[in-house]
Ligand binder design. Structure first.
Ligand code: PLP
Length: 246
């Protein structure tokens, strides 16, 4: 049986090895522990082992867990599809929002950031499409729409643009998709130098993502184990998404 400490160490070792193999400094890649479906106690355990960043994909689960963990020093990240009416609740927690994919959400988060007097840090989620290049409906803006969306974020006092985020297509080699993300990230960074983060790579493909320049890997299963139940997000992936833009 592996312990959380074993798993954390193993994931850190994978990240460091992938970075070195790509000629990168391992310190350039941060680990985001995806705690969706796992109880607050599991988060507490990893914080005690030195893990600082945690990701959730449902607003209600995030706010509940954050309340239970109010005494724990950690940083939340929101990585799921976000409805406008949940934007303020997520912003209030100081969460970094990785899943900004439309102007209506930009406006809602900007309003929340302005009202609370602390800008919301955001990444733009890019839809990398399926194996044949069609949009995959896993959330995310079409690549062609990303530069304008970046401009919209940068124009808002209540937001800070941190970079881009993506999930690899369900099938096929993730390498080419991550390479396309890196090209787009470079283009966004040329207009917005502060947008230096690339949030890409999960338990199964973090090596490919790091090879393509990821600075933030989002790892759930390899840290916590197989999720007890599929999260709603995963179910919508399997049924090719009943994506409801907020
Ligand atoms: C669940 C999830 C992850 C983590 O996936 P694992 O395969 O469990 O590592 C990463 N990113 C997003 C957007 C997720 O929903």
């Amino acid at each position: 049986m592996t312990t959380p400490a074993d798993r954390l160490q193993a994931v850190r070792a994978r990240i460091a090895a992938a970075a070195r193999a790509a000629g990168r400094d391992p310190a350039e890649v941060r680990l985001l522990a995806v705690s969706k479906t796992w109880p607050a106690a599991a988060v507490r355990e990893l914080v005690a082992l030195g893990q600082a960043d945690f990701g959730e994909n449902r607003a209600q689960e995030l706010t509940g867990k954050a309340a239970e963990l109010a005494d724990v020093p950690l940083r939340w990240h929101f990585i799921g599809q976000l409805q406008r009416n949940k934007a303020a609740a997520v912003a209030r927690l100081g969460a970094v929002v990785h899943s900004v994919d439309r102007v209506s959400l930009v406006r809602a988060l900007a309003r929340a950031g302005t009202e609370q007097g602390r800008p919301v840090e955001v990444l733009l989620q890019v839809d990398l499409g399926g194996p044949e290049g069609e949009l995959a409906a896993r959330g995310g803006a079409a690549p062609d729409d990303v530069p304008a969306l970046a401009d919209a974020v940068a124009a808002e006092q209540g937001l800070r643009l941190r970079g881009l985020m993506a999930v690899a297509p369900r099938e096929g080699d993730p390498g080419p998709a991550f390479a396309r993300l890196a090209v787009l990230a470079e283009r966004v960074r040329s207009d917005h130098p502060e947008a230096g983060d690339i949030s890409a790579g999960m338990s199964a493909d973090l090596e490919e993502a790091i090879a393509a320049g990821s600075t933030l890997v989002r790892v759930g299963t390899a840290l916590f184990g197989e999720r007890p139940l599929p999260s709603p997000e995963d179910e919508s992936h399997q049924s090719h998404g009943s994506h409801q833009p907020g």
